[in-house]
Write a protein that binds this ligand. Structure first.
Ligand code: PLP
Length: 391
């Protein structure tokens, strides 16, 4: 590709010198015909691998019928996907949007409106966590507990406060009479692959009950089978009020969702929130086919099994390299913490045909599709080992 073509784009992404043109399953090919083993899945989007057949067929069928219709009309696919999500979670209803940031925006708005209009409290503060990531809109970058995403975007949205992760006393210290909700990732994926402790999450849930706060789980990255359960909250035996989704929900077709409990129905009454494209026929066709595939093919337990295999393999074969400090994670959301910044290592891995990505500065994130095989994991670990040897 002519490099100058890129000059018409805002340079918001520092791009790898690779142009990917084709994908199938765990593999992708660039414009030179070079093959790569994809263990980043378009940042946890392609949970079914590339070009999954059932999703492709459903999108093609819908392309023949109707592309877009306003949310002022009933949309059968939207209703079906909402029902499927509700039937497979502890949630009762769904609002559809187009991205993770929008799903979290919906959650923040829904929580505030519930407190202010349904319960009649003037509560608006949302507690989030240090190292969290919730999106790039003004409200969600404010919710994010990382300075680097906020730099230069002052003034921030009011009403957010940050607690230390896995520290219940730290959370208690942040609760005020204005606190409306707690928004938390159960694995801080962008922040460095840190998993929430069982006891911490149970206490967080109890704290929410005690103070009438909504417990909102950001499952934009952890949802749709990634951690070995359909939703990561299932690992913790909790009953959250709101769960947000995006990434893996449409297998690459843009779609986001905020799922919520019945008590929140009045908070999001007609006219309170909207999205032109949210839940349109094509996106919800992709969502239905994705969820059906995950359930029919048992991909949650497969992610658990393959995740355990990959974690053990990495502990056995990578931990002994000088550069590697720790290996951690849950299901197929794994992190290899290194003793130095991983950017140059990732560049080398890509040259050797393995796509992985960074989580923070020092962590390599391993998030392959949920069909990944033991042979593919072995190949990925071999490539990782061959590059680590030089560091
Ligand atoms: N929340 C989490 C946990 C994420 O990992 C991300 C994206 O990486 C987002 C929200 C934002 O999603 P999007 O980029 O679709 O707006």
């Amino acid at each position: 590709m002519d490099v100058e073509d890129g000059e018409s784009l805002f340079p918001t992404y520092s791009k790898y010198p690779v142009t990917l043109l084709k994908g199938k399953g765990s593999l992708v090919w660039d414009d030179q015909g070079k093959e790569y083993l994809d263990c980043m899945s378009g940042i946890a989007v392609c949970n079914l691998g590339h070009v999954p057949i059932k999703v492709k067929q459903r999108i093609q069928e819908q392309l023949e019928q109707l592309w877009h219709v306003s949310n002022l009309f009933h949309i059968p696919h939207q209703q079906k996907l909402a029902k499927m999500l509700a039937n497979n979670s502890c949630m009762d209803q769904v609002f559809f949007c187009n991205s993770g940031a929008e799903a979290n925006e919906a959650a923040i708005k829904c929580a505030r409106r519930y407190q202010q209009r349904v319960l009649g409290n003037l509560r608006y503060e949302i507690i989030t966590f240090e190292k969290s990531f919730h999106g790039r809109t003004i409200a969600t970058l404010t919710a994010t507990g990382q300075d680097k995403v906020k730099d230069g975007f002052f003034p921030y949205s009011a009403g957010f406060t940050y607690a230390p992760y896995n520290d219940i006393e730290g959370v208690k210290n942040k609760i005020t009479k204005r606190t409306a909700a707690i928004l938390v990732e159960l694995v801080q994926a962008e922040g460095g692959v840190y998993t929430a402790d069982l006891q911490f999450v149970k206490e967080l849930s109890a704290l929410c009950h005690e103070h009438d706060l909504l417990l909102m789980i950001d499952e934009v990255q952890t949802g749709m089978g990634r951690t070995g359960k359909l939703f990561a909250y299932e690992h913790y035996g909790i009953d959250p009020d709101i769960v947000t989704l995006a990434k893996g929900l449409g297998s690459g077709f843009p779609i986001g969702a905020m799922m919520g409990k019945m008590k929140l129905r009045e908070a999001f009454s007609a006219g309170t929130h909207a999205s032109t494209f949210g839940g349109a026929p094509l996106a919800t066709a992709a969502g239905i086919a994705t969820l059906e595939t995950i359930l029919e093919d048992g991909l949650c337990s497969r992610a658990e099994k393959m995740g355990d295999y990959a974690l053990q393999k990495m502990l056995d074969q990578l931990l002994n390299y000088d550069i590697v400090q720790a290996v951690r994670g849950i299901g197929l959301l794994l992190g290899i913490e290194c003793r130095s910044p991983v950017a140059p290592i990732i560049n080398e891995l890509i040259q050797h045909g393995l796509l992985v990505l960074a989580a923070g500065t020092n962590v390599i994130r391993f998030i392959p599709n949920l069909y990944i095989t033991e042979e593919e994991i072995d190949r990925a670990v071999e490539i990782l080992a061959s590059v680590f040897e030089r560091y």
